[in-house]
Design a protein around this ligand. Structure first.
Ligand SMILES: Cc1ncc(COP(=O)(O)O)c(C=O)c1O
Length: 487
């Protein structure tokens, strides 16, 4: 294998470079930890060319730093930073600034930064893992499609990509939505984002004025609430029951809201499905008041009995609904591809906003994803994963069965990668959560209105069956019940 050229050396101000400048810059870079032990330095010839000095001068500086023990030279292999310098290096703090730099931050920024709700835990454990299970992911097929995508795109893959999304992927998404989600839209209405979260941020910016009211579900997905609050809108919590958002309550509290955010297939976090009657009521209200509906169908693919529910979007004749889907859950978390279906006139505007956020999504994974969809792999993968998540959900519910006798309950909606186990006595719920020593989130964290009841939010998507089993046993013990032993 061709050896790399070595680390980049610290820059020096333009002008005549003297020996002392070179020596000082390299020594400081080592002591400040910019160059780390075992880093390989470029050859003196390359370094001399980079700094525009003679090779002899560079040799002198390397020799001095070697003599001082900061560099080590290995014959035939090159020059390295000595491992002993680790003991001399100063602890790094951001930009070398002391902690007092926390003083110059904005109130809005600090409020946003205080919300870590969208950060996933470092490692999956019971029950913090609502992300995709990748153990069954068809990795070989994906590698092959990525390679084909790279070859077909050629050097185009290295350039800017369309901020609306690759045409092939927009077309594949439109076809998939028509076939599997009953959504009729043109590829021109589909815009690709890196995540549903990014789509929410862009939509909040485009659709809302500062001070506008927005219905959010109570309890609500905290990422959505953060996106609306960041845009300066006022989030109005609207109660949720076993049929999802209580539309009448929203109409009573904020009849002239500009937007309603809903998770109709699988309310986050309660798991309720929005009833057909409420879907129609919500659409009627939006049409009457020219309000937007943002339908976040973040895991609509994962329904384990019967047909997927008709999306709000597919019932909407007045073009008030915007549909959001994410491939980061149905494929894998690091894919960073999601999409929104919007009226065609909004696509360019959203694309401009997208370019101000992070430009665009790289072409290669988009093209690979388009092929994955078009060649039927996505449909097979979803079928397989439906069985996998469905079995995990069943194991969790079977294991929790003894809790039902103690007044616990959970949604019967057979969907998703999480389950909310609720109990009317909030104090007891909190004790059980603590006693279990599991990584469970309390329902209260997602709720605005005060309530006596509480719940344990159990996210199982990425957990293996053994961790689910062990976790359930702990929960059941903590709740004061005896676990069912399976034969
Ligand atoms: C309700 C809801 N919407 C959106 C998302 C975010 O999806 P993405 O990872 O694509 O931002 C999540 C992730 O957990 C979610 O639960």
């Amino acid at each position: 294998m061709k050896q790399s050229r070595g680390v980049l050396l610290p820059p020096l101000d333009a002008g005549r470079v003297r020996r002392a400048d070179l020596y000082g810059a390299l020594r400081t870079a080592v002591l400040d930890g910019v160059l780390a032990p075992a880093d390989r330095l470029p050859s003196t010839r390359c370094a001399a060319a980079d700094y525009g000095v003679s090779r002899g001068l560079m040799e002198e500086v390397f020799a001095q730093l070697t003599e001082e023990g900061l560099f080590v030279r290995a014959v035939g292999r090159g020059t390295f930073i000595a491992s002993e310098v680790a003991a001399l290096q100063k602890p790094a703090h951001a930009n070398g600034r002391p902690a007092s730099s926390m003083r110059g931050l904005s109130r809005r920024g600090l409020a946003a930064a205080a919300n870590a709700a969208c950060r996933e835990p470092d490692r999956p454990r019971a029950f913090n893992a609502g992300t995709a299970d990748t153990s069954e992911f068809p990795w070989k097929i994906w590698c092959r499609l990525q390679l084909r995508a790279t070859r077909e795109l050629g050097r185009e893959a290295l350039s800017f990509a369309d901020p609306r999304g690759l045409p092939e992927l927009r077309a594949a998404i439109a076809r998939y939505l028509a076939q599997f989600r009953g959504i009729r839209c043109t590829p021109g209405q589909v815009i690709v984002f890196s995540s549903a979260q990014q789509a929410l941020n862009a939509l909040a910016l485009l659709l809302l004025q500062r001070g506008d009211t927005v219905w959010i579900e109570d309890p609500c997905y905290l990422g959505a609430r953060a996106a609306f609050e960041l845009s300066g809108a006022a989030a109005v919590p609207v109660a949720v029951d076993d049929e999802g958002l209580v539309v009448e309550a929203g109409i009573r509290r904020a009849p002239r809201a500009r937007l309603a955010y809903v998770t109709p297939s699988n309310q986050y976090p309660t798991g309720a499905a929005l009833s057909l009657e409420r879907r129609i009521r919500l659409l009627r209200w939006a049409a009457r008041h020219d309000a937007w509906i943002v339908e976040d169908d973040y895991d609509g693919e994962f329904r384990y009995a019967g047909q997927p529910l008709a999306s709000l979007y597919s019932l909407d004749v007045r073009l008030r609904a915007i549909y959001l889907g994410t491939l980061n859950k149905s494929m894998f978390a690091s894919l960073r591809l999601a999409y929104a279906v919007v009226p065609e006139e909004l696509v360019e505007l959203l694309a401009n906003i997208r370019t101000q956020m992070d430009g665009f999504s790289p072409a290669v994974p988009q093209m690979a994803m388009a092929k994955f969809m078009e060649e039927g792999y996505f449909a097979s993968h979803l079928r397989r994963m439906r069985a996998v998540y469905g079995a995990k959900r069943k194991a969790l519910i079977d294991g929790l069965a003894p809790l039902a006798a103690r007044g616990w309950n959970w949604s019967a909606n057979p969907a998703g990668m999480h389950l909310l186990a609720r109990h009317p006595d909030g104090g007891y719920v909190r004790k059980v959560g603590q006693a279990s020593a599991l990584d469970v989130t309390l329902l209260g964290r997602y709720r605005v209105a005060k309530a006596r009841q509480d719940g344990l939010f159990l996210r199982f998507g990425a957990l293996d069956p053994e961790s689910i089993e062990a976790g359930v046993q702990k929960l059941v013990r903590a709740a004061g019940c005896t676990a069912v032993t399976r034969l």
